[in-house]
Design a protein around this ligand. Structure first.
Ligand code: 7PJ
Length: 273
């Protein structure tokens, strides 16, 4: 069982987390869901499309993206969370700022998706003091510079060791294991080779004993392989999500919810036999 605030998932089938960007500069759909009303409408569409969780973010963390201050981030996400009150699926807040986590959880979010794995001062305590789930993600470096010179001896071992350590810290802080998911952080301080190694070896992360989340949707690794622009990576994204599930991912974080849900229905039908 995976506990996510008042929601619970038995993980008998993979879950689809739909991405709702409330940012003017997010790389793949920047500018398209900027206003509160548009973001709320987009989120509702993703629920209709079959999303199991919505991931709402107010600061782009794509390589080279500018940071936004806490007040601006709060202004972007809180109205959207409030506008989604009463929906049938949990809301995840995509932030590394403890103040944004706290306000989002108070407004009704059930999960914290932290690319910084709760390393910011005060972040552990915010999640520990709630009943929310948390996604602990690995990255190397900071989004501004992380793609300049990523380096690993063995990327899967190093990412795995980091996530094991952050899980231990989170559990020691009072966050029950049933509330934790881990994520190798595709594209966060990784070359194409590193990303492929991580996806090839994704099953190894299952040994850590918590659900694995995979986020490859529309990312540049798919562009590097297919030669497609970000607006034209849906097929590659669906394929990559399915292959991550095949390697043990329990949650896939995607833009194209409807198409991913269809692909996973085929996966589910075959798994049941
Ligand atoms: C990820 C994320 C990811 C988790 C982003 C993008 C860049 N959170 N937030 N995992 N990526 N947990 O969507 O391409 O891979 S922002």
């Amino acid at each position: 069982m995976f506990h996510c605030g008042k929601f619970q998932f038995d993980l008998s089938r993979p879950l689809v987390m739909g991405i709702v960007n409330v940012t003017p500069d997010s790389f793949s759909d920047g500018g398209h869901h900027m206003t509160t009303a548009d973001a709320v409408a987009h989120a509702r569409q993703l629920i209709d499309d079959g999303a199991d969780i919505l991931d709402i973010g107010g600061e782009s963390t794509r390589p080279g993206a500018a940071t936004v201050n806490e007040q601006e981030e709060l202004d972007r996400v809180l109205h959207v969370i409030e506008g989604l009150r009463g929906i049938s699926v949990p809301i995840s807040i995509d932030t590394y700022k403890p103040g944004v986590m706290r306000a989002a959880l108070a407004a009704g979010a059930s999960m914290v998706n932290d690319i910084n794995a709760l390393q910011a001062e005060g972040a552990l305590a915010v999640v520990a003091g709630s009943d929310a789930a948390v996604c602990l993600m690995h990255k190397q470096g900071k989004p501004e510079t992380m793609q300049q010179r990523p380096e690993y001896q063995n990327v899967t071992d190093e990412v795995s060791a980091f996530l094991r350590e952050r899980m231990a810290v989170a559990e020691a802080a009072g966050i029950a294991r049933k509330r934790i998911v881990i994520d190798p952080g595709f594209g966060f301080g990784k070359t194409l080779g590193h990303n492929l190694d991580l996806l090839r070896g994704l099953a190894a992360f299952g040994a850590l004993g918590v659900p694995v989340l995979s986020g490859v949707s529309r990312k540049s690794m798919l562009g590097a392989i297919t030669g497609r622009e970000v607006s034209d990576r849906m097929a590659a994204s669906v394929a990559a999500a399915l292959l991550a599930v095949q390697r043990g991912a329990s949650i896939v974080r995607v833009h194209d919810v409807r198409e991913t849900v269809d692909a996973l229905k085929i996966w589910n039908a075959l798994s049941e036999g």
